[in-house]
Write a protein that binds this ligand. Structure first.
Ligand code: MG
Length: 259
């Protein structure tokens, strides 16, 4: 089931993707992820080109994982990390499908990073590995946009990862999929730049939820960005970036300059 948030005539609504269109539902996306579809009160039907898709959740935080793909570690000639390396992106970075990434004038190298995002469905604290997937609402696609030159200059990653629009998320939440075996790719202007599979993750989703929830409470709606495969590289103004994850679909965003 694919759950989304959208705008129609300026109003925010929730929906489920059915037969290439969207059925508006009364449940919020997070409520719907925890309910059987028979319970949904259905309202209007829209085709996808009649609506404006907005980010599927508004998290209190986006918790990101650094190096988490074996093939990426090999590409960088780095040792496998013993524990996940974490950093945060503020919620103000989030934009939705077809929104624009704004290239900041303070950077000369803004990179794409295709990532599988985990959306938390209910508050999670001190969760063990075995129970961790019970706390998941579903999965979506994320582009961990990074000002690479500023990341290297600062040492700390906050500035490089935190410009407004640096976290495209969406287009929707897929509630029924296996996160441990998904093809994941990034295209820039129709050229494939990253092409891997989530089975190459060093720390699987279960371990990330357990590890993070033993540090901080994961609130319902929070997002975990699970790291990027090999092939990261720069984007330029005018480029179109597409994250594609097998069971989710395409998250597309254009890069524009600051007006
Ligand atoms: Mg990343």
């Amino acid at each position: 089931m694919k759950l989304l948030r959208f705008k129609k005539n300026g109003r925010k609504k929730n929906g489920v993707v059915i037969n290439g269109g969207v059925v508006e539902i009364e449940h919020s996306v997070l409520e719907a992820s925890q309910s059987p579809p028979d319970d949904f009160k259905r309202k209007n039907f829209y085709s996808l080109d009649e609506i404006k898709i907005i980010p599927p959740v508004q998290p209190s935080k986006v918790v990101c994982v650094g190096l988490n793909y074996r093939d990426h570690a090999e590409e960088l000639n780095m040792d496998m990390p013993e524990e996940p390396v974490l950093f945060l992106k503020p919620p103000t970075t989030i934009i939705g499908h077809n929104d624009s990434i704004v290239y900041p004038p303070y950077s000369q190298q803004v990179d794409y990073e295709a990532e599988l995002a985990v959306v938390i469905g209910r508050d999670a604290r001190f969760v063990n590995f075995e129970d961790s997937l019970d706390f998941v609402a579903g999965y979506t696609s994320l582009n961990d946009v990074t000002a690479r030159d500023l990341q290297q200059k600062d040492g700390q990653w906050t500035r490089a990862k935190s410009f407004d629009t640096f976290c495209p998320l969406g287009p929707w939440i897929e509630t029924d999929m296996d996160p441990s075996s998904q093809k994941i790719s990034m295209k820039i202007n129709d050229k494939i730049k990253q092409n891997s599979n989530t089975k190459n993750m060093i720390f699987p989703v279960e371990e990330l939820i357990s590890f993070i929830s033993n540090i901080m409470t994961l609130k319902a709606g929070d997002v975990i960005a699970t790291g990027t495969p090999p092939g990261v590289g720069p984007m330029h103004v005018g480029d179109v970036a597409e994250v594609n994850i097998e069971d989710i679909g395409i998250l597309q965003n254009k890069i524009i300059s600051l007006e």
